[in-house]
Write a new protein. Structure first.
Lengths: 640, 717
C-alpha cells in the first residue's frame, strides 16, 4: 500500500512555494559580513545593504497633475541563521505599482509569486489601500536578493514624505530627487540634527533639472516599540512640498502656501450637500428643554458621542471629504470628519457658531506652517461661544464639554472661515485635571487588613475608566468593577461598592467600597509585619533597551493615601524610607508618617507632560529601583 | 443583434437573482413570520447584554435527480441592551459568491444577507445590503446603519450551495441549545428529500426533533422548538455536551441506494435506509465496522527490524514494534516535512515508496497485519472521548476513536501514533469510559460487538515531580533557583509538545533504528552539503526561538519576569515503561519574593510552588458537575538554603493537611543541615466529581493556594 505523505506537519510555517533552486550559496565574504551585521543588529533577521531610491516627476497635461515616479533598488541580506519575511509595498487609488520583483544574486528573477490584496486594518472598516507582497525565504546566513520596485503616484499632493529608515536596518541609503525646472518643489528636512546625512544639490543644465542626493549610512530599522511618538518625531525624513508648476509659461499653483491647502479642503467641503432638515427634529428634542445655552451644547455634543459609532472609511477622496451630516445622522456611524460635520450642523441648527476644523494630532510633528496633506490626520468641530473657543471632538467618548483630549492639546487647528481660515492652538491643560485618587483607611483585623476605600477619577482618567467600564456587557459590569477594584488579586475582596452617577460626564467620578486584604499581615514571634505594597503602582514600569520616548495616553496624576491604625498593644518599630523625586517631566513622592495612633502612607506619581523622554529613562529607572526597594520593605509593629 | 442578446441575458440573470432575493427575504420576514412584531423581552433578562428573541436554523437537502442543492439558513432577532452588543452586531461580513467544496465540480454558491433594525417604537429600517456592502478581496463587509442601544436587530444568512456528487458527507454539528445570550425562542428545521440520510438527536432535556408535515410527497420535514433558554456559562473543568441540553446531527447524501454503504458514508446509516436515525447501538456498530479494517500492510521493514531480536515476552515485543513503527511510519518523515515546508528542496521525491501513517486507519491496518503474521490475539476497541458525552449518547461516527487491545496477560492498548505516544497509554479523554469491543475473524471481518470498560489511570500514574533548590545571593536581593522536573503519565504530552522541537527527539530515533536521513538520500555531494547547511540554519533559528519561549514560559509560571533561564532536557520520555519526560532548569528571581524587614528578611517561599488554581467568588457557587481530564498528583520538594548568619521563623505555617475523597493538599516542612525542606503533595483523585463534592475540591485547592501565600522570616542572629 502506497500512501502519499500529506502535509500534516506544521512544525515550521513559512512559504508555500512549489519551486526550489537555491544553488547560489553566499560567498565567505557574504557570510562574514552577515555575521558582523547581526552582531550590530541583533534583533533583525535581514539587513538592506544598499537602498537607492530615485524620485522623478512628469506632467500629466491632460488633467494638469504632477505625476511622481518612485524607483527603488535594494540589496537585502539575511543576517540571522535563516529569515522568512514578507516584502511588501502599499498602493491605493492614487498610486500604482508598476514593477515589484526580487532577483537572485546572479540577477535572475527569483520568481516569487506577487500577491495582491486589500490592506486590512482593524481600526479602519474599509480603506482603498492595497498591498502587493512576496513571501520570501533566505535559507542561510549571508544569502541575498536584489529588490526592484517602480511605483507611480498620479498626483504629487499624495506623495508627501521620504524616509531613510525601513523595516530592516539599512547600511547605506541613498535618496535622489530629480526636480525639473518647471516644477517648484520644496524639500523640507526634519530630524536631520544628530544624524549624519550628506546632501548634494546639482543643477543639470542639459536636462533642466536640479538633482538632490541624500545619503545616510547605518540606518536603524523602524523601532517596534509601543507607546512611541509618531514617526515624524523620531526619524530623519524629507517632506516633499510641490508648490507650483509651469506649463508653457502658465503657472499652476499647487500647495504654495497654507491658503492653498485650505482652498483644496474648502473645495471638498463645498461639494458636500448637507440636508440638515433631517437633523432638525433631533436638535429640537435635545435643546427644547435645555435651560441654558451651555446645556443645549452639551446635549448635542454628548448625543453625538453616545450615539454615533466610530467606523472609518478611507476610500479615495472620502479620506479627505467629510460625509454629509444627514448621512452620518441616519447611519448612526461615521469617521472623525463625519462626526465633526454632524456636530457642526446640529450646533448650527441650535443657533451656535460651529465650524469644521482640521488638526494634526499629537502623533504628527508638523504645524500649518507647512502646506501638506501630511500636516493633519483628524477633524473636529470648533465652537465659538461667548467669546471663547471650544473644541468638540465627537470621537472622544465620555469627554466633558470644555476639556480637550491629550492627543489634540497644544496642536494647531485650522478652522474654516469662509474663503479664509483661522489658525488657533488647542490649549494644553495640566496633569491636575486628570487627577486620580485612591484613599483607604485600614485596620489590622487578626491576619487581614480591613477598612473602607474610595477612588476618584477626573479628566482623562475618568474618560479612560468609563471607556473600559462601558465596553463590558451589562450583566458583567458589576463583577468586572469588583475585580478591577480588587486588582484581580484573590487576596483582596472589594464589597459594598457605591458609585457616583457614571452617566454624568461633567462631574468627578467616585467609587466607594469596603476592602479586605488577606495574606499581607505576617506575625512572627512578637512582631507584626505589614506588606503595604499590595498596590505596587509603577513597580514593573521600567525601561529596558528602549530607543524612543515613552508616551502616556494622558498627563497622569495619581495619588494614594493609605491610613493604617496601629494595633492595640503594639508600637511602631520600623517604617520604610521616604522617596522624593522631582524631575522636569515626572515626580514621585512616597512618604510614611507616624502620627501617633496611625501610619499615613502617601504616594504620588505625576507625569507632567505625559512622556518619559529617552534622555530621562536612566533617571526614571534609578527612581524605579528606589521604588522597588521601598515596596520590598515592611512596616513592623512590635509588642509594647 | 449581439447587443440585444447580451442585454436579454443580463436581464434574465438579474431578474432571477432579484427574484431569489425577494423569495429569501419572504422566507424569513414574509407573512408567515410570527416574530414580525416581537420586541419585548422578559423582565428577568433586562440586565443582560442582549436577548435573542428568536433564533432559527433551517437546513434543506434538495435532490431533484439532476441537481443537488444544500441550503442552510440562519436567522437571529436580538434585542441589544448595551454598547457591547451594539458593537458586536454593528458589522457583518459574508461571501456573497463562493465555490462549493462539496462534490467534484466547481459550482458556485450564493449567500444572501438580510438585516433590519426594529426601533423600540416598532419602526423598521431595512438595510440595503447590496448598496451598502463593500467588497474586500473575496468577501463583503457591511457596517450597519442606524443601530442604537434598545434596538432589535433581525438578520439572516441564507446560503444556496448546489453541488455535483454521487455521495457527500456533511460535517457533523454538535451544539448546546443555549448561546452566549439568553434565548426566548429557537427553532431548528430540516427538509430532506430522498437520498439524504440524517442522524439527529437531542440530549439532557432538550426538546425532541419532531416530524411535521412538509406538504410534499418526497420531502420529510422535522422541527425542534425550544423556549426560555438561559445563556451558556461554562465553568472550569466542564464538558458541556456531557450534561447541558444539546443536539447533534450529521447528514449524508448518496444518489443511489447502492452508494449508501459504510464504505462511502461517514455516518451510521439509518436502518432499512429510511432517512432518519436517532440512536446508535452495538448492532449499528457491527453494520458499520463489519468490513472497515483489513490486515493489509507491507511488513518487510518490520520483519527486518525483528530479525535476530529476542524479547522477554509477547508484550515486550509488541511495545518494541510500536516504537519502531512510530519512527518508521511517522517520525522518520518529520524532517522531510519540515524541509519541504521551509522550501529547502523537494524532499518527498527522495522516497520511492513512502509508507506513512496518514490516519488512524492505516495504523490499525499495520498492526492487524502484524498480529496476523505473529498470530497474536487482539481486539479492536472503539472509544469516544468523555467530552462527547456518554457512549449511550453516541450519534456522530467521527466521535469514535479506534484502538487496539492486545490480549496479552495484561491487556495492552495501542493508539494511533504521534511523536510522543507510547504503547499502553491511550488518550486521557478515552479513559474510564465505555466503548465497543469487536472480535475480528480471520483478520478481516468482525464477529460480534460488545460494550467494554476502557482502562483508567490513577493519581499514582499521572504525576509531576519537581525538586526546587533555592538559595539567596549574598546581597540578599536575588533568589537563585535550580529545579528538576519529571512528568509521568498523561502529564508528559503537553510538556513534550511545549518544550521539545522536532530536532530534540528525531535524532534519538534515527540513531536507535539506523534509518537513513532524507538529506543523506540526496545523490549529489554538493547539493547534500547545501541542504545540510540550509537545514542547520533553520534549526539554529528555531533554537533561538526556543530559548525565548523558555523565558516566556517560566515568567508566566511565576507571573513576573525570570532572568537568565537555562534548560537541559534529561529524558525525552519517549522510550521504556514509565519513563518520565524530565529536564533541569536554572534561573534567577530578581527583586521579587524577598521583603526587607529592618535587618531581617521575609521570603515568600510558598510562591516556589508557582501559580495555583484560584477559585474566585463566582466559581464557588457552581451548578454543574466536575469533569477532570484525569486523576493526577503534584509532588514538590522545595529545599531552601538558609543564609549564614540567619535563623528561620514561621515554618509552622508551611504545614497544611486537607484530605478528602476528591483529593488532597499536604505540606510538611523540616529543618535539616541549615536547610529548610518542604514536601508538598497535591492530588486530584478522580475523573469526575458530582457537584455535591465541589466544596471538597475547593477545600484542598484553597489549602494549596494558601500555601503559596506563606512566608518565612529570616532573622539576623
Amino acid at each position: 500500500m502506497k500512501i502519499l505523505i500529506p502535509l500534516i506537519f506544521t512544525f515550521f510555517l513559512s512559504t508555500t512555494l512549489l519551486f526550489g533552486q537555491k544553488s547560489l550559496d553566499p560567498t565567505a565574504e557574504d557570510i562574514k559580513l552577515a555575521k558582523s551585521l547581526r552582531e550590530k543588529y541583533s534583533k533583525d533577521d535581514v539587513a538592506i545593504l544598499e537602498s537607492k531610491e530615485l524620485i522623478t516627476f512628469d506632467l500629466n497635461k491632460g488633467d494638469s497633475k504632477v505625476v511622481v515616479k518612485n524607483s527603488v533598488k535594494e540589496v537585502l541580506m539575511n543576517i540571522n541563521h535563516r529569515a522568512d519575511i514578507n516584502k511588501y509595498e502599499f498602493y491605493d487609488s492614487e498610486s500604482s505599482i508598476e514593477k515589484i520583483v526580487l532577483k537572485y544574486r546572479n540577477q535572475k528573477n527569483a520568481g516569487f509569486e506577487v500577491k495582491d490584496q486589500f490592506y486590512k486594518d482593524k481600526d479602519l472598516f474599509y480603506n482603498d489601500a492595497r498591498v502587493k507582497y512576496m513571501e520570501v525565504d533566505f535559507p542561510v546566513q549571508g544569502y541575498s536578493y536584489t529588490y526592484e520596485l517602480e511605483k507611480k503616484y498620479n498626483d504629487v499632493k499624495y506623495f508627501t514624505s521620504l524616509y531613510f529608515n525601513d523595516e530592516f536596518p539599512v547600511i547605506k541609503k541613498e535618496i535622489t530627487v530629480v526636480v525639473p525646472d518647471w516644477l517648484n518643489l520644496e524639500l523640507k528636512e526634519f530630524n536631520f540634527d544628530g544624524n549624519t546625512i550628506s546632501k548634494t544639490k546639482i543643477h543639470d543644465d542639459r536636462n533642466g533639472t536640479t538633482i538632490y542626493t541624500y545619503i545616510m549610512e547605518n540606518v536603524n530599522a523602524f523601532y517596534k516599540e509601543k507607546k512611541a511618538p509618531g514617526r515624524t518625531y523620531i526619524y530623519p525624513h524629507v517632506l516633499v512640498i510641490a508648490k507650483s508648476f509651469k506649463n508653457k509659461d502658465k503657472e499652476t499653483l499647487l500647495f504654495n502656501s497654507t491658503a492653498d491647502l485650505y482652498k483644496w479642503y474648502k473645495s471638498l467641503i463645498d461639494s458636500m450637500k448637507d440636508d440638515t432638515s433631517v437633523l432638525a427634529g433631533k436638535v429640537a428634542e435635545l435643546t427644547s428643554s435645555a435651560k441654558t445655552d451651555e446645556e443645549k451644547i452639551k446635549n448635542i455634543y454628548y448625543w453625538v458621542q453616545d450615539n454615533i459609532r466610530y467606523i472609518a472609511f478611507e476610500d479615495g477622496i472620502a479620506g479627505f471629504k467629510p460625509d454629509e451630516s444627514n448621512h452620518v445622522f441616519e447611519k448612526r456611524y461615521g469617521d472623525c470628519k463625519g462626526m465633526a460635520n454632524l456636530s457642526k450642523q446640529m450646533l448650527k441648527l441650535a443657533g451656535f457658531d460651529a465650524r469644521l476644523a482640521w488638526i494634526g494630532t499629537k502623533h504628527i510633528l508638523y504645524d500649518y506652517a507647512t502646506p501638506s496633506l501630511a500636516v493633519d490626520n483628524h477633524m473636529i468641530c470648533t465652537l465659538f461661544y461667548n467669546g471663547k473657543t471650544y473644541y468638540i471632538d465627537g470621537t472622544e467618548k465620555y469627554n466633558s464639554f470644555g476639556e480637550d483630549a491629550e492627543r489634540i492639546q497644544n496642536k494647531e487647528v485650522m478652522i474654516e472661515d469662509g474663503d479664509k481660515f483661522i489658525i488657533k492652538k488647542v490649549p494644553a491643560s495640566g496633569s491636575e485635571l486628570n487627577k486620580e485618587i485612591y484613599n483607604a483607611k485600614l485596620i489590622i483585623d487578626n491576619d487581614k487588613l480591613s477598612g473602607s476605600c474610595s477612588k476618584m477619577y477626573s479628566g482623562e482618567s475618568k474618560t479612560e475608566f468609563l471607556n473600559i467600564f462601558n465596553s463590558f456587557e451589562n450583566n458583567k459590569k458589576g463583577e468586572t468593577l469588583e475585580k478591577y477594584l480588587s486588582g484581580n488579586d484573590k487576596n483582596i475582596t472589594a464589597s459594598n461598592i457605591k458609585t457616583s452617577d457614571f452617566k454624568n460626564r461633567d462631574l468627578k467620578l467616585f467609587v466607594n467600597f469596603d476592602v479586605d486584604v488577606q495574606n499581607k499581615v505576617s506575625k512572627f514571634d512578637n512582631d507584626i509585619f505589614i506588606d503595604l505594597a499590595y498596590m505596587d503602582e509603577y513597580k514593573n514600569f521600567e525601561f529596558k533597551d528602549r530607543k524612543t520616548d515613552y508616551e502616556f495616553n494622558y498627563k497622569t496624576n495619581y495619588e494614594s493615601n493609605v491610613v493604617l491604625e496601629i494595633p492595640q498593644g503594639y508600637k511602631l518599630s520600623k517604617l520604610p524610607e521616604n522617596l522624593n523625586v522631582n524631575e522636569e517631566d515626572f515626580s514621585i513622592v512616597i512618604s510614611f508618617k507616624h502620627t501617633g495612633k496611625e501610619i499615613v502612607y502617601k504616594k504620588q506619581f505625576v507625569f507632567k507632560k505625559a512622556v518619559v523622554k529617552i534622555g530621562d529613562m536612566a533617571k526614571w529607572n534609578a527612581s524605579n529601583k528606589s521604588l522597588k526597594t521601598i515596596y520590598n520593605q515592611q512596616i513592623i509593629f512590635t509588642k509594647s | 443583434m449581439n447587443k440585444i442578446l447580451l442585454i436579454f441575458f443580463i436581464t434574465i440573470c438579474f431578474s432571477s437573482y432579484s427574484q431569489d432575493k425577494t423569495e429569501v427575504k419572504d422566507f424569513f420576514w414574509g407573512k408567515s413570520d410570527t416574530f414580525k412584531t416581537a420586541i419585548k423581552i422578559p423582565d428577568k433578562w433586562k440586565n443582560e447584554s442582549a436577548v435573542i428573541i428568536y433564533k432559527y436554523e433551517y437546513y434543506d437537502y434538495h435532490n431533484s435527480g439532476t441537481k443537488v442543492v444544500y441550503t442552510s439558513a440562519y436567522r437571529q432577532r436580538i434585542k441589544l441592551q448595551d454598547e457591547n452588543s451594539v458593537k458586536e452586531f454593528s458589522e457583518f461580513s459574508f461571501k456573497d459568491k463562493f465555490y462549493t467544496t462539496k462534490g467534484y465540480k466547481y459550482k458556485e454558491g450564493t449567500t444572501f444577507l438580510g438585516v433590519k433594525i426594529v426601533k423600540p417604537n416598532g419602526d423598521e429600517i431595512e438595510v440595503d445590503v447590496d448598496k451598502e456592502a463593500k467588497k474586500i478581496d473575496n468577501q463583503k463587509k457591511i457596517a450597519i446603519n442606524g443601530l442604537e442601544i434598545g434596538d432589535v436587530i433581525d438578520y439572516y444568512y441564507y446560503s444556496y450551495e448546489p453541488f455535483t456528487s454521487e455521495v457527500q458527507n456533511f460535517d457533523p454539528v454538535e451544539n448546546t441549545l443555549g448561546d452566549v445570550y439568553p434565548i426566548m425562542s429557537r427553532k431548528i428545521k430540516f427538509s430532506i428529500e430522498e437520498d439524504f440520510y440524517v442522524s439527529f438527536n437531542t440530549y439532557h432535556g432538550a426538546p425532541e426533533l419532531k416530524e411535521v408535515s412538509s406538504g410534499k410527497k418526497h420531502t420529510k420535514t422535522y422541527e425542534l422548538e425550544a423556549h426560555d433558554i438561559e445563556k451558556n456559562e461554562f465553568p472550569r473543568w466542564f464538558y458541556p455536551l456531557a450534561e447541558m441540553p444539546c443536539y447533534k446531527f450529521q447528514v449524508f447524501f448518496a444518489r443511489k441506494s447502492g452508494f449508501a454503504i459504510p464504505a462511502y458514508a461517514d455516518v451510521f446509516l439509518p436502518k432499512g435506509l429510511v432517512s432518519f436515525r436517532k440512536t446508535v447501538d452495538k448492532n449499528d456498530i457491527y453494520d458499520y465496522y463489519e468490513k472497515k479494517f483489513y490486515a493489509v500492510f507491507d511488513l518487510g521493514e518490520t520483519l527486518k527490524f525483528l530479525k535476530g531480536k529476542t524479547f522477554e515476552n509477547e508484550e515486550e515485543k509488541i511495545k518494541a514494534v510500536y516504537l519502531f513503527a512510530r519512527h518508521q511510519y511517522y517520525t522518520q518523515y518529520i524532517e522531510s516535512a519540515v524541509i519541504k515546508e521551509a522550501n529547502i528542496f523537494n524532499s518527498y521525491s527522495m522516497y520511492k515508496n513512502p509508507l506513512f501513517f496518514s490516519d488512524e486507519r492505516s495504523f490499525i491496518y499495520y498492526f492487524m497485519a502484524f498480529m496476523k503474521e505473529f498470530k497474536i490475539d487482539y481486539n479492536i476497541v472503539l472509544a469516544t472521548d468523555r467530552n462527547n458525552g456518554s457512549l449511550d449518547e453516541l450519534l456522530i461516527r467521527r466521535n469514535l476513536t479506534p484502538l487496539l487491545r492486545i490480549n496479552t496477560p495484561n491487556p495492552l492498548y495501542l493508539e494511533y501514533c504521534n511523536p510522543f505516544s507510547m504503547p499502553g497509554t491511550i488518550d486521557h479523554g478515552l479513559e474510564n469510559s465505555k466503548g465497543y469491543i469487536m472480535d475480528y475473524v480471520k483478520n478481516k471481518a468482525i464477529q460480534n460487538v460488545e460494550e467494554v470498560n476502557l482502562p483508567s489511570t490513577t493519581a499514582k500514574d499521572n504525576v509531576t515531580k519537581v525538586l526546587t533548590n533555592v538559595s539567596m545571593d549574598t546581597d540578599m536581593s536575588n533568589l537563585n533557583i535550580k529545579r528538576t522536573s519529571a512528568f509521568f503519565g498523561h502529564f508528559k504530552k503537553d510538556e513534550q509538545n511545549s518544550k521539545l522541537k522536532f530536532f530534540d527527539y528525531v535524532d534519538e530515533d534515527y540513531q536507535k533504528y539506523g534509518t537513513e536521513r532524507v538529506i543523506d538520500k540526496v545523490g549529489s555531494k554538493s547539493k547534500r552539503e547545501q541542504y545540510n547547511k540550509e537545514f542547520d540554519a533553520l534549526k539554529n533559528k528555531l533554537k533561538d526561538i526556543q530559548k525565548d519561549d523558555e523565558k516566556k514560559s517560566l515568567s508566566s509560571e511565576f507571573d513576573f519576569e525570570i532572568e537568565h533561564p537555562t534548560i537541559n532536557i534529561t529524558n525525552t520520555g519517549r522510550y521504556g515503561d514509565n519513563a518520565p519526560f524530565s529536564y533541569e532548569e536554572e534561573f534567577v528571581i530578581k527583586n521579587n519574593l524577598i521583603k526587607k524587614a529592618g535587618e531581617n528578611y521575609i521570603v515568600e517561599i510558598g510562591k516556589m510552588l508557582t501559580n495555583q488554581v484560584e477559585i474566585d467568588k463566582k466559581e464557588t457557587d457552581r451548578k454543574n458537575n466536575v469533569y477532570m481530564p484525569f486523576p493526577r498528583a503534584f509532588e514538590n520538594e522545595i529545599v531552601f538554603e538558609i543564609p549564614d548568619g540567619y535563623k528561620i521563623s514561621g515554618i509552622e505555617k508551611l504545614n497544611k493537611n486537607v484530605q478528602n475523597s476528591t483529593g488532597e493538599f499536604i505540606s510538611a516542612s523540616i529543618l535539616k543541615d541549615n536547610k529548610l525542606i518542604i514536601k508538598t503533595t497535591k492530588k486530584y483523585n478522580n475523573y469526575y466529581e458530582p457537584n455535591a463534592n465541589w466544596n471538597k475540591i475547593i477545600a484542598f485547592l484553597e489549602a494549596a493556594y494558601q500555601f503559596t501565600q506563606e512566608k518565612i522570616l529570616l532573622k539576623k542572629e
